[in-house]
Design a protein around this ligand. Structure first.
Ligand SMILES: NC(=O)c1ccc[n+]([C@@H]2O[C@H](COP(=O)([O-])OP(=O)(O)OC[C@H]3O[C@@H](n4cnc5c(N)ncnc54)[C@H](OP(=O)(O)O)[C@@H]3O)[C@@H](O)[C@H]2O)c1
Length: 239
């Protein structure tokens, strides 16, 4: 590994979409532990060589936090340089109204799990004066048709602000807000963007902006078309 010092990086939701694209980008220079909801044997062929994998289903937020801590220890790590809390879901309400069950699941997976994971990972990040990165969304400022999703991402924004000041001098905290990106998330959500999908960003461009934002430790950062058109995928610090 030449250049930047190799880091120990945890990425949740690392078996698909943006998390997997980020893992592939970083795998040659850094040591990676990925987590997801699927069993290891179902995702093993997808993961970059050498990356560890831990099953941590965030629909049980508390168990997911414990699973990460156990998985990190079993992987032989006693500290973390970066934790990228990226796993997330959206659920498009079929008739425009979220069910209580769908709201709870969205908040559990996207927000409560991140809060509990952040708390659980703090001692490991502190040892390296590391960085906690929360993956939000530009939808956090309010997006029609996905109110629970928007609320969960607004919650992550507030969480990042709170922890950034609480953990100052010990662990850096940031929130990154991607714009709409061509992953399978919308299909899984039951939402068809139609022709709008052609305007979505490419995952590799979003993770290029994500990687340099992580290296820069600033917060909040929008990973949107505006940033992309300003060269955000090709400039900035290298992770
Ligand atoms: N794509 C976009 O347009 C967009 C825009 C803004 C923000 N984001 C955010 O970016 C992050 C990644 O999204 P993506 O587009 O890459 O979506 P994706 O392709 O659907 O990937 C989501 C990841 O989260 C995992 N996940 C879902 N539910 C989980 C659970 N209960 N427990 C543990 N892991 C779970 C998924 O695992 P499975 O494969 O097992 O489901 C997958 O690894 C999310 O936080 C999303 O909100 C995405």
């Amino acid at each position: 590994m030449i250049g930047a010092k190799p880091r120990r990086i945890l990425i949740t939701g690392g078996n698909a979409g943006l998390g997997l694209a980020l893992a592939k980008k970083l795998s040659r220079r850094h040591s990676l532990l990925l987590s997801g909801r699927k069993a290891r044997e179902d995702v093993a062929d997808l993961l970059p060589q050498g990356a560890g994998y831990v099953l941590a289903d965030q629909s049980d937020p508390q168990l997911s936090a414990q699973a990460l801590v156990t998985g990190i220890a079993e992987f032989g790590w006693d500290r973390l340089d970066n934790a990228v809390l990226n796993a997330g879901i959206g659920i498009a309400p079929p008739d425009g109204l979220d069910s209580t069950e769908a709201i709870r699941l969205t908040l559990d997976v996207n927000l409560l799990a991140a809060i509990l994971q952040a708390q659980a990972l703090f001692p490991l990040l502190k040892k390296s004066r590391g960085t906690l990165t929360l993956i939000g969304s530009v939808a956090r400022s309010g997006s029609a048709t996905i109110p629970a999703y928007a609320a969960s991402k607004a919650g992550l924004h507030g969480l990042a602000r709170a922890l950034r000041s609480e953990w100052k001098g010990e662990v850096s905290v940031q929130v990154l807000h991607p714009g709409a990106t061509k992953t399978d998330m919308h299909d899984k959500a039951g939402y068809d963007p139609g022709r709008m999908r052609s305007l979505f960003l490419e995952p590799d461009d979003v993770v290029a902006m994500m990687a340099s934002a992580i290296a820069g430790r600033r917060s909040p950062v929008n990973l949107s078309w505006v940033r992309y058109l300003n060269g955000g995928a090709f400039t900035g610090r290298r992770l």
